[in-house]
Write a protein that binds this ligand. Structure first.
Ligand SMILES: *Cc1c(COP(=O)(O)O)cnc(C)c1O
Length: 415
């Protein structure tokens, strides 16, 4: 039945109570039961993000140039901090967006327009070359812009294969992609080699650091191996990194960066077509929450490199515990060699999706990969307190399946 538009309004407390009742039925993300979607640094970080968001709750970042100059300034500072973190050369530029998907769509559009300008062909169609581990946001961008996508199998170690990608690229290739890391397995692609390929063939390399961007440099600082992926690599022409993931800032917030003005000039929208005159936005969307800009600014400034490093160290210690725990369960193994806090776990001799179903019955929202089949978790500090409980349930459910559970897995892999 369709909900009717209410004739009379309800009062504040009743509505908030109702919302609380409704959300009480949601998955318990605070208890670490949700394997993705939500991120947490610390209570402190959560508090500063909320407070800053609420300070500019009503303001609209669309008006950052003409009315809410504070937002314009904070946005520039967020972008500058990102350019610094990602070792961008002088002259590089960046923009805030509402998420990884929008950052990627904007970068693909910039690359497409760059190619059109370079070829002098305003209807040049073009293709994208990416490893099959790259995020579907590139396919979304391609569908919007009627571009072709060439997904190339990753190598046996689940990293993008530069040789296969070189073979798939041709004169109509407008963009190649490397992920840092890829979403399915948490493994950083060989961005250095892709950078060489991009330079030697005159291709635009986009680094998708949406999930890892604001985590990887700090994990490296703790002495762990994280391959170079930043913009000091000369073939990297654009890079996307989400603040609202491991930047621990309020949603919606992401960043996209370009090597120089030659690329950045193709970012954004600018038209003088209607009675109000020129309409220019640096994103697809018009209205954007001012709170997300203020929240990002405040969280970056509150944590600083030292704060992020500390959180990264704590997180990676717990990831070690997770990996050790998984390795101790007969029949399970970590898929590939993940660099950060995304870990996929495969099984030998039985169907790991059946384990996922039994885990779901114990209240753990399943995340999976389907090629190869795995249990997928993107862990933040939210998952630390429940780590031992998760591993105990994982050991028990795995034993059940391994030792003769006869049920068939019905689970369908979906994001
Ligand atoms: C999350 C993610 C995206 C998309 O970001 P949204 O903020 O969900 O739009 C793109 N690429 C990778 C690798 C991601 O992890």
């Amino acid at each position: 039945m369709r909900t009717t538009f209410p004739e009379t309004g309800q009062d504040h407390d009743a509505l908030i109570d109702e919302i609380r009742r409704r959300k009480a039925g949601d998955a318990d993300w605070r208890g670490g039961r949700v394997p993705l979607f939500v991120f947490k640094g610390s209570d402190d970080v959560d508090a500063i993000g909320r407070a800053a968001f609420n300070e500019l709750f009503t303001e609209n970042a669309l008006g950052a140039k003409r009315a809410f100059l504070s937002l314009g300034a904070m946005e520039r500072e967020v972008v500058d901090m990102g350019l610094d973190l990602f070792r961008a050369p002088d002259g590089a530029q960046g923009f805030m967006t509402t998420g990884g998907t929008e950052s990627i769509i904007m970068a693909v559009q910039a690359a497409r327009n760059f190619a059109r300008a370079a070829t002098g062909n305003a209807s040049h169609r073009g293709n994208l070359v990416l490893a099959d581990t790259a995020h579907p946001a590139f396919d979304k961008a391609a569908r919007l812009m009627d571009l072709d996508v060439r997904r190339v199998p990753a190598a046996a170690d689940y990293r993008a294969d530069p040789i296969a990608m070189a073979a798939a690229a041709d004169r109509d290739t407008i963009l190649i992609v490397g992920s840092a890391p890829c979403f399915p397995f948490g493994i950083v692609d060989p961005i250095g080699e892709l950078s060489e390929l991009a330079l030697s063939r005159g291709l635009w390399l986009h680094v998708d650091a949406c999930v890892g961007g604001y985590l990887a440099p700090f994990v490296r600082d703790t002495g762990r191996l994280v391959p170079a992926f930043e913009m000091h690599l000369p073939g990297v022409r654009s890079l996307s990194a989400d603040l609202h993931k491991f930047g621990y800032t309020p949603k919606p917030a992401s960043t996209v960066f370009y090597r120089g003005a030659a690329e950045a000039v193709h970012h954004g929208f600018d038209a003088d077509v209607w009675p109000n005159g020129r309409f220019a936005t640096s994103t697809i969307v018009g209205t954007r929450p001012g709170g997300a800009v203020a929240g990002a600014w405040a969280v970056l400034k509150h944590l600083g490199r030292a704060g992020y490093r500390q959180l990264a160290a704590e997180l990676m210690t717990s990831i070690d515990r997770y990996r050790t725990g998984v390795a101790a369960i007969p029949g399970l193994h970590v898929i590939g060699e993940p660099h950060l806090s995304i870990v996929a776990v495969g099984a030998s001799g039985f169907d790991v999706f059946r384990v996922a179903e039994l885990m779901a019955a114990r209240g753990w929202v399943p995340g999976v990969t389907q090629r190869p089949k795995g249990l997928h978790r993107m862990m933040s500090l939210l998952h630390v307190p429940s780590m031992d409980g998760y591993l105990a349930d994982l050991a028990a459910t795995t034993a059940e399946v391994r030792d003769g559970d006869t049920g068939a897995a019905h689970l369908k892999a979906e994001y």
